[in-house]
Design a protein around this ligand. Structure first.
Ligand code: ADP
Ligand code: MG
Length: 310
């Protein structure tokens, strides 16, 4: 049986690529020097078997998604990812599982030149935690609390594809399932987009729990309200077909796991953003979230997922 330390060496120790990382895996702490003029953005997200992923989940996808969801948090603040730590609780040491998990994890880490600088390895029910560290120019991070009345509400990409992927896994028959499944299994964190929003957008959040629930966090923290236009939502052909089939037009507003960005931007700065995005609504002084569907405006009250609510 492989020991904890050779497990770390074999699966997780790689060459450090970022200058600010002055010490990586191997000591009691890693060391980072924060370049002048920057702030350190820190986030952590766990994935727990049966809550965040199915027991039969492909370990490559798990490694990929675990890192992606954390990088998505950095993206939503406009931070550039630098380094991560990884805490693994494993029921047993399964070398082929670990090889696949590390392959998924490092595929994304290498794509964005991120160093794995430490972590923890314990035995227990499968639980995976990453802490991600990024750099953002001082004072410029995109906060949830900064939306202003009159701002446009915008999103990147399309909505509901990961939600469709989940429904396909639960048995929904889709003619072309590949894109939705890929969005569910291996989301793309919008890292370049987040950094492109610095100096242009006011508030930003990543869509992890569904647009309506996540936008609500911006509204509450900014003490504003919003109207969004259902017809303006960017939806893929497959999601439109799903809605036609099932009548479930709430899905793209409430399904999680898309990891697109939702941001607010003043009219005069919207054109300065050089990435494609879709305007879906506007920030208003009247509190609450309203949905305009074919000219019929109604309050929209659905909340995001909460772990301790019944
Ligand atoms: P300590 O006992 O001081 O907490 P550990 O013995 O747990 O240290 O870990 C030894 C080294 O290996 C540390 O640098 C730690 O950050 C790193 N490490 C442990 N588990 C992981 C992991 N899953 N991925 C990356 N680094 C890890
Ligand atoms: Mg120690």
């Amino acid at each position: 049986m492989i020991s904890e330390f050779s497990l770390i060496d074999r699966f997780f120790k790689r060459q450090i690529v970022n200058k600010p990382v002055t010490l990586g895996i191997g000591d009691d702490c890693a060391l980072l020097s924060i370049p002048q003029g920057y702030e350190l953005a820190i986030t952590t997200d766990s994935m727990v078997e049966k809550i965040h992923f199915f027991a039969d989940c492909d370990p490559y996808d798990l490694g990929y998604k675990l890192l992606a969801v954390n990088l998505s948090d950095l993206a939503s603040m406009g931070a550039k990812p630098l380094a991560v730590t990884l805490a693994l609780t494993l029921p047993k040491v399964d070398e082929s599982w670990l090889t696949q998990f590390a392959a998924g994890f490092f595929t994304l880490a290498e794509l964005y030149q991120i160093d794995l600088i430490g972590g923890d390895t314990t035995s227990g029910p499968l639980t995976l935690t990453v802490q991600a560290l990024g750099l953002v120019p001082k004072g410029q991070a995109l906060r949830r609390s900064a939306a202003k009345v009159g701002d446009l509400i915008c999103v990147t990409g399309t909505l509901g594809d990961a939600g469709l992927g989940l429904r396909i896994k639960q048995g929904y028959h889709c003619l072309q399932p590949d894109v939705a499944l890929k969005r569910f299994n291996r989301p793309d964190p919008q890292i370049a987009f987040g950094q492109a929003l610095l100096g242009a957008a006011n508030a930003c959040i990543d869509i992890s729990d569904g647009l309506a629930g996540d936008l609500r966090h911006i509204l509450e923290q900014s003490q504003v309200g919003a109207s969004i236009d259902w017809e303006a939502l960017p939806l893929s052909v497959e999601v439109l077909r799903f809605i036609e089939d099932t009548g479930d037009w709430h899905m793209p507003l409430t399904a999680g796991d898309d990891y697109e960005l939702c941001f607010t931007v003043s009219l005069d700065k919207a054109d300065a953003i050089c990435f494609p995005y879709t305007k879906i609504g506007v920030i208003e002084a009247e509190l609450g979230l309203r949905l305009n569907k074919l000219g019929n405006i109604q309050p929209f009250e659905v909340k995001g997922f909460e772990h301790f609510s019944k």
